[in-house]
Design a protein around this ligand. Structure first.
Ligand code: NAP
Ligand code: FER
Length: 337
C-alpha cells in the first residue's frame, strides 16, 4: 500500500497537525514513458504554506482531501521510460506520499557519486538554485560588495552567504537562535550575524555591522527586518525579494513603515523572482554548485525528521517555526539498492 498525506482543513495562522490526514491507497502502476518511484526523502518547504490557502496563484492550490504538493528524492522501482532504470535516483514532484508515478520528462536524475542524495533537495536542488540565481542574476552581485541576507541559517540563506564569500564580498546574516548565528559565522564564514529575536533595533544593528551600507539585500523573511534595510542601502543598492516567511502564517496582513523614499535617493532597485524563471540555466548552475561543494567552498547542514510519512506535517510546522538548521527533510524509506 501507498501512504499519503492529504489536506483535511485549510490552516488558519500556523498549520496544525490536525489540518492533515494520513490515507492509504494502492501503489499506482506506471504507464508508457512513466516511472514508478519510491520516496526516500521528502522536502518540506515554505512555499507549501501558500498552497494550503484557498487563493490561487501561478500554481494551483491544494484542494481539501488532495495530497500535499512537494518535491521528493526517490528511487526508480519500475520503469516504462527508456532513459530510466530500476535503482536510478531522481528528484520529482509527486507530493507527500511514499510511492508515485511521474512522466520521464518531469523527473531529474541525481548523480549519487557527487554528494549524498539528500542534497538533491537542498544545496544541489531547488533551494541552492534559488540562492544562486537570486544573488547572482537578480541581485547582480559584484566583487567586494556588501550583502545582508535574512533567514541566513536556512536552506536558501546559508547558501546565499557562502556564494557571497566565494565572490569576495562582505556578508552579514540574521537568524532566530544563537546556535544558528554561531553556525553561520563560525562554520560558514559569514563576517557577522545577529539573532533577530534578541536585537530590537534592526536599523542600528545593520548600521553597526555594515557602516558603509548594503549593496545587496537578499530577503527571505520580510517584515520589520526588511523595513530596516531601506535606510541602510548604498547608492544603486539592490533588494532581492526571495521570500516573506514572516508573513506566511499571519491571520491579518501587516502594513509596514513606508520607506520607499530611500529607493529614490539611493537609486535602488527591488525585484522579486522565482527559481523556475531560470530553468534553462539550472544544469550549468548545478554543475558550478557541485564543483564548489567538492572543493569544500560550500558547506551544508540538513535537519532530518526520521519519523516517516506520518511525521511530514510536524516537520513542516517545525520548519515554519525555525526548528531547522539548513534544509528540512523527512526520511521516508531506505534505498532498495
Ligand atoms: P528555511 O530558511 O530553511 O526555513 C524557514 C526559516 O524561516 C525557519 O528556519 C526560520 O528560521 C525562518 N522564519 C520563520 N518565521 C520567521 C519570522 N517570522 N521571521 C524571520 N524568520 C522566520 O527555508 P528555505 O527553504 O530556505 O526558504 C527561505 C525563504 O526563501 C522562504 O521565504 C521561502 O519562501 C523563500 N524561497 C523562495 C523561492 C523563490 O523561488 N523565490 C524558492 C525557495 C525558497 P529562524 O530561526 O531564523 O526564524
Ligand atoms: C516560495 C515562496 C513563494 C516559492 C514559491 C513561491 C518555490 C510562490 C508563491 C505563489 O506563487 O503564490 O518559497 O518557492
Amino acid at each position: 500500500m501507498n501512504r499519503q498525506i492529504t489536506l483535511t482543513s485549510r490552516p488558519i495562522g500556523y498549520p496544525k497537525t490536525s489540518d492533515f490526514n494520513v490515507v492509504e491507497v494502492p501503489i499506482p502502476t506506471p504507464e508508457d514513458n512513466q516511472v514508478l518511484i519510491k520516496t526516500i526523502y521528502l522536502s518540506v518547504d515554505p512555499y507549501m504554506r501558500g498552497r494550503l490557502n484557498a487563493v490561487k496563484s501561478y500554481a494551483a492550490n491544494v484542494e481539501i482531501d488532495e495530497v500535499i504538493v512537494g518535491g521528493v528524492i526517490a528511487e526508480v522501482i519500475e520503469s516504462k521510460h527508456p532513459n530510466f532504470e530500476i535503482g536510478d535516483i531522481v528528484n520529482a514532484s509527486i507530493g507527500w506520499q511514499e510511492y508515485g508515478v511521474a512522466g520521464g520528462d518531469d523527473v531529474r536524475k541525481i548523480d549519487p557519486t557527487i554528494a549524498p542524495i539528500s542534497t538533491g533537495a537542498g544545496i544541489l536542488g531547488m533551494p541552492g538554485l534559488t540562492a544562486y540565481f537570486g544573488l547572482l542574476e537578480v541581485g547582480q552581485l559584484q566583487p567586494l560588495e556588501t550583502v545582508f541576507v535574512s533567514g541566513a541559517a536556512g536552506a536558501v540563506g546559508s547558501v546565499v552567504g557562502q556564494i557571497a564569500k566565494i565572490k569576495g564580498c562582505r556578508v552579514i546574516g540574521s537568524a532566530g537562535t544563537d546556535e544558528k548565528v554561531d553556525y553561520i559565522v563560525d562554520e560558514l564564514g559569514f563576517d557577522a550575524a545577529f539573532n533577530y529575536k534578541h536585537v530590537t533595533d534592526y536599523h542600528t544593528e545593520l548600521q553597526t555591522l555594515l557602516p558603509d551600507g548594503i549593496d545587496v539585500y537578499f530577503d527571505n523573511v520580510g517584515g520589520e527586518i526588511t523595513d530596516a534595510v531601506f535606510p541602510n542601502l548604498r547608492i544603486n543598492g539592490r533588494v532581492v525579494i526571495c521570500g516573506q516567511i514572516s508573513q506566511y502564517n499571519l491571520e491579518k496582513p501587516e502594513t509596514g513603515p513606508r520607506f520607499l523614499w530611500h529607493m529614490i535617493t539611493k537609486r535602488a532597485r527591488i525585484e522579486g523572482f522565482l527559481v523556475f524563471d531560470f530553468v534553462d540555466q539550472h544544469p550549468s548552475a548545478l554543475a558550478q554548485m557541485a564543483e564548489w561543494l567538492q572543493q569544500g567552498k560550500l558547506k551544508y547542514r540538513e535537519t532530518i525528521e526520521e519519523g516517516g510519512i506520518e511525521s511530514a506535517p510536524a516537520a513542516f510546522i517545525s520548519m515554519l517555526k525555525g526548528g531547522n538548521i539548513g534544509k528540512q527533510l523527512v526520511k521516508i524509506a531506505e534505498l532498495d539498492t
